[in-house]
Structures are given as structure tokens and as C-alpha cells.
Design a protein around this ligand. Structure first.
Ligand code: GLV
Ligand code: GLV
Length: 321
């Protein structure tokens, strides 16, 4: 008897075909977004589910899915999973760390550079025919990356990979994290620990890479934005809910900070009109891990985690509640 698996979103067809050799798969190659009612119904008769961060799984769904053994997230972040409910229901949960670290760090850097150097705004300016109308001092002027101070909030694997990239740009790298890195790791990353307020006040570029937990919901609001330099940029590749987006839009509109680069949004895939109306924000559709190679590796790892759990083995990336 093959296990029944929900594969909630579309994946590369060859990976789906491989999974179908060993399981009865309910797939979604049309890639429709799920609402809670339909997701609960789809889970009800499944032994396992492979999902993305867009699908939330709560206590109610777990209660209604008596066969469910494991939920495998195709993402490193797992704020979409109600972990205490998983523990209570005795359902395993897994994520996909490591395989996306460098790709995601690359994109954090991309977004920081695009924001500081006003890349998308300048391209719109060029496309609108403004090139040639202004002097070299009127062109979109921007902020330097090299020799500036970077503040990394959240110093997990991705934060550390960003720190290592920053050294090549001669940046001064500071970080804030719930727990301090070991001295050896600090040295390897070339990063100095500072308290949160110091990081906010001294950084030229701040990048958010911490996990999203109830404690850091809207952690970045008016007060934090007011502490930042007016020349500084803020980049968020973590989760949208960490930033109070209305406060950020207001700060950007009033030029309290220089710019922001956002890959994640609280209501994604919707972006609030207050942000869409601004020029000094670079907007990306949650694509930090989206290279073909890395997305393949994430899906393959999620499948591996799922099958290990179903076969009675400990999945390589089992999460603790
Ligand atoms: C993407 O945001 C992830 O958590 O992998
Ligand atoms: C997780 O939060 C990571 O940084 O890999």
C-alpha cells in the first residue's frame, strides 16, 4: 500500500514523477493558492504533506487528519506551521536549511545593493527618457556599499553567509542575535556583536534575516526606524511580519531613511498600496532562494525528509517543537 501524499504546490515535473513512483500523490501542477477549508479537506486522508511557506497548518487541520505523520516544508522558515500543535498531535515537521543558504545570502546582497544604488528606480528613470536631460550631479545619486557599516539582524547560517560576502566589500560588519556567536565564528565572519540600539543607530545598511516568531512581530516599527540614519537602508529577506509596513512606508515617504529593499511582505502575495506608491523601495516577490538549482535542491530535500518520516526513519531536518 503506497502512502498518500499531498504535494501542495507545483514542482518540476521530473520530481513529481519520481515521487509518484513511491506514493499516491495529490498534486497541484496548476499551482492554485489554498484556502484553509480546502487545505484541511485535502489533508484529511493523507499520510504526509509537502508544502511551502504559503500554506499554514494549524491545530484544527491536524486534528482533522488522523493519518498524518509528517509535514515537510519546502522552506527554511517555518512560521507557517503551528509547532506546539504539531507536538500535541504527534506529527513531524521538517524544513530545508543549508541548501538555500548561499543563494539566499547572494540575494540579500543583491537587494541591498539595488536599494543603496537605486537600481530599479534608475532603470525606470532611463525608460522614461530622462537620461541626457540632467547633469552628472542630478542623475539618481546613491549610497555606497564599500567601506560602509552593515548591521545584520539574525546571525544564523544565512546571516553568517552575508557577513562573509560583506568582507569582500570592505564593510564593517556588525550583528545582533538572540545569542552571541562563538569567538571563532565571529572571527570567521569578521563580525562584531552589538546591541540592537547600537546596530540601528550606527548601520549604513541593515538586513533582516532572523526567523519570524510571535516575539518579533512588528519588531521594526516607527521607533526603530527613527533610530536609523537618514542615509541608511533597510533590507528584509526574512518575513514581512517582522516589519510594520505602514510605519516603514511613512518613514520612506518622509525620507527618514534612504531606502528599503523588501523580498517579503506581511500580506504576500499582496503588497500594500502605500509601499507600491513609493520610489525609494525595491520590491521583490519572495525570490531570495529562487535559482533553478536551489529550488530543485529544496524540493528534493523536502521529498527526502517526507519519505524518511514515512519510512519510520528520523528525517534529516526534523524540527523541534
Ligand atoms: C523562504 O522564505 C524560506 O524560508 O525558505
Ligand atoms: C535560518 O534561520 C538560517 O539562517 O539558516
Amino acid at each position: 500500500q503506497k502512502p498518500k501524499i499531498l504535494l501542495a504546490r507545483s514542482v518540476f515535473p521530473d520530481l513529481l514523477a519520481e515521487l509518484e513512483k513511491v506514493a499516491i500523490v495529490q498534486s497541484n501542477q496548476d499551482d492554485h493558492l489554498w484556502n484553509a477549508v480546502d487545505l484541511k479537506a485535502a489533508l484529511a486522508d493523507k499520510d504526509a504533506a509537502i508544502i511551502t511557506g504559503s500554506e499554514r497548518i494549524d491545530a484544527d487541520m491536524l486534528k482533522a487528519s488522523p493519518q498524518l505523520k509528517i509535514v515537510s516544508n519546502i522552506a527554511v522558515g517555518y512560521n507557517n506551521l503551528d509547532m506546539p500543535a504539531f507536538k500535541a498531535a504527534n506529527v513531524m515537521a521538517t524544513n530545508t536549511p543549508d541548501v538555500l543558504t548561499d543563494t539566499t545570502a547572494d540575494f540579500g546582497f543583491t537587494l541591498m545593493m539595488a536599494t543603496a544604488r537605486r537600481l530599479t528606480e534608475s532603470e525606470h528613470w532611463l525608460r522614461a527618457g530622462h537620461w541626457g536631460k540632467f547633469s552628472i550631479c542630478d542623475a539618481p545619486l546613491s549610497m555606497d556599499i564599500h567601506h560602509s557599516t552593515l548591521g545584520i539582524m539574525g546571525m544564523g547560517r544565512i546571516g553568517q553567509a552575508i557577513a562573509k560576502r560583506a568582507r569582500g566589500f570592505n564593510m564593517k560588519v556588525t550583528y545582533f542575535n538572540r545569542s552571541r556567536l562563538s569567538e571563532d565564528l565571529e572571527k570567521e565572519c569578521g563580525a562584531t556583536y552589538v546591541d540592537r540600539e547600537t546596530l540601528l543607530k550606527q548601520s549604513d545598511h541593515i538586513i533582516l534575516v532572523m526567523p519570524y516568531t510571535p516575539e518579533n512581530h512588528h519588531l521594526f516599527g516607527e521607533k526603530e526606524l527613527n533610530l536609523m540614519k537618514p542615509t541608511a537602508t533597510l533590507v528584509n529577506i526574512a518575513r514581512g511580519g517582522i516589519v510594520d509596513e505602514l510605519a516603514l512606508a511613512k518613514a520612506l515617504k518622509e525620507n527618514k531613511i534612504f531606502g528599503a529593499g523588501l523580498d517579503v511582505f506581511e500580506g504576500e502575495p499582496k503588497v500594500i498600496p502605500e509601499l507600491l506608491a513609493l520610489k525609494n523601495v525595491v520590491l521583490a516577490p519572495h525570490m531570495a532562494s529562487a535559482t533553478e538549482k536551489t529550488r530543485r535542491a529544496m524540493i528534493q530535500l523536502a521529498i527526502k525528509n517526507c519519505l524518511a518520516g514515512l519510512n519510520g526513519q528520523t528525517p534529516p531536518n526534523l524540527l523541534k517543537a
